[in-house]
Design a binder for this molecule. Structure first.
Ligand code: GDP
Ligand code: IMO
Ligand code: MG
Length: 427
């Protein structure tokens, strides 16, 4: 049994949660390895809807849910999510958490909001959850980690040092009131006893599980194009959602990963600012948004919508070494006479067939479309590829060709069973 990574290939919200859940009853561990509660993964199981922000989607399945060191944890959100799920009858008691995961403190949330305001027109459009400032502190080596909660003196010292620096910024630059370090430390310490039993050597446990032939599923958050190294910088998140992040974010080596499944929406969406060549700012965009229910799971913001961009997904497939693509929301495209697919960009009058290296080129890229025939049949009840209308099959095959990676699964609705499997994602 392998190590499998699930990642987003576009700008997030591709349906990673659904795919993770899909594999759920066969997995022994489901692991979040990057990001924080900026993520919003929606699952529909037995007609019930769940929205996960911090816990891995696998929490609904019998396996062990894990939060790795690469994740940033807002303790209020963590315990609220645990309580809400428990109240709905979900057993969250097996959750394990890395001692090295960093903590989102209240001042990170404040900083996230004031910096966005300060940036004005140049804002990133963050989720405002404090994720960026927490990763900044991690890299600056002034972050607070889960393990610090178990050493009160150290925690108080670290919070004081960090807050002293933040207060300079908040008061002098952002015209905000100062933060009281004792209050912050007291608040964080109030979670210590509750989180203590969940803290384990995650790296060792996952490696041993893989040695024993168990199935470990690494559930990506965000997506390739939101990656701080490979995404549309600076309009990105502050972590590495790419497949390699599963290694740094948990403590397993690249040799332990057998499959990398890229989730791609059958069209494209993006929340927040940043370039998006196939974006539709007209009635067609509104039609996609309405049909697809494209409103953020985390912030409720309307998602920007556009046609499928093959260059965006192809570069994600290449850089992540995808073994499979899971195509979601194909049902949403029902009813269009022609479906445009972006196969190249026009950049300064030149046809470019690969995703450009320079952001300034991407900013001015105009999509060059191929127009594929649409279909009118409802496909949400289809369970095999052969049941799909011919034009739908052609659409899938053409995307496969353009991405350069086989499409192994197709989503035809939000529910767990609304899936077509072309190649088993596990064996
Ligand atoms: P994630 O962040 O990648 O997990 O994706 P989100 O949960 O933010 O957004 C995906 C949305 O699409 C959710 O509301 C899912 O329930 C829904 N969804 C996922 N797959 C499909 C599909 O194949 N068809 C339809 N109609 N909805 C889907
Ligand atoms: P899932 O896992 C879509 C976007 C934000 C913003 C940028 C930076 O549900 O796919 P941040 O708060 O991370 O500093 O914001 O990244 N963003 C997402 N967009 N889906 C997500 O997660 C996202 N997580 C962050 O909108 O543009
Ligand atoms: Mg989401």
């Amino acid at each position: 049994m392998p190590g499998i990574v699930v990642i987003g290939t576009q700008w997030g919200d591709e349906g990673k949660g659904k795919c993770t859940d899909q594999l759920g009853d066969r997995t022994d561990y489901t692991v979040r390895y990057s990001g924080g509660n900026n993520a919003g993964h929606t699952l529909v199981v037995n007609g019930e809807k769940y929205a996960m922000h911090l816990l891995p989607s696998g929490v609904l399945n019998p396996g062990i849910p894990v939060i790795g060191n690469g994740v940033v944890i807002d303790l209020d959100v963590l315990f609220e999510e645990i309580e809400t799920l428990t109240a709905r009858g979900v057993d969250v008691s097996k959750l394990i958490i890395s001692a090295n995961a960093h903590i989102i403190a209240p001042y990170h949330r404040t900083l996230d909001k004031v910096t966005e305001r300060f940036l004005g027109k140049r804002k990133i459009g963050t989720t405002g959850r404090g994720v960026g400032p927490t990763y900044a502190d991690k890299i600056n080596r002034i972050g607070i980690r889960v393990q610090d909660l178990f050493d009160e003196e150290l925690l108080r010292e670290k919070v004081e040092a960090s807050v002293a620096q933040k207060n300079q910024l908040l008061v002098k630059l952002y015209n905000h009131r100062a933060i009281e370090p004792v209050e912050v430390a007291d608040h964080l310490l109030s979670f210590a006893d509750r989180i203590r039993p969940m803290v384990r050597d995650v790296g060792r446990e996952l490696n041993e599980a893989l040695d024993d032939g168990k199935l470990v599923l690494f559930e990506g958050a965000q997506a390739h194009h939101l990656d701080v190294d490979h995404g549309t910088y600076p309009f990105v998140t502050s972590s590495n959602p790419i497949a390699a992040g599963a290694c740094t974010g948990t403590g397993v080596g690249p040799t332990r990963i057998d499959r990398i499944i890229g989730i791609a929406k059958a069209y494209t969406t993006r929340v927040g600012e940043g370039p998006f060549p196939t974006e539709l700012l007209d009635a067609d965009g509104d039609r996609l948004r309405e049909a697809g229910g494209e409103f953020g799971t985390t912030t409720g913001r309307p998602r920007r919508c556009g046609w499928f961009d093959a260059l965006v997904v192809e570069v994600a497939a290449t850089y992540n070494g995808l073994t499979d693509v899971f195509l979601t929301k194909l049902d949403i495209l029902t009813g269009w006479e022609k479906i445009p697919v972006c196969v190249a960009y026009d950049i300064d009058g030149e046809r470019v067939e690969h995703y450009p290296v320079l952001m300034s080129d991407l900013m001015k890229a105009k999509p060059i479309y191929e127009f594929l025939d649409g279909w009118t049949e409802d496909i949400s009840e289809c369970r095999t590829f052969e049941e799909l209308p011919e034009n739908t099959q052609r659409y899938v095959r053409r995307l496969e060709e353009l991405i350069g990676c086989r499409i192994s699964g197709i989503g035809v609705g939000p529910a767990r069973e609304q899936t077509i499997t072309l190649h088993d994602l596990i064996d």
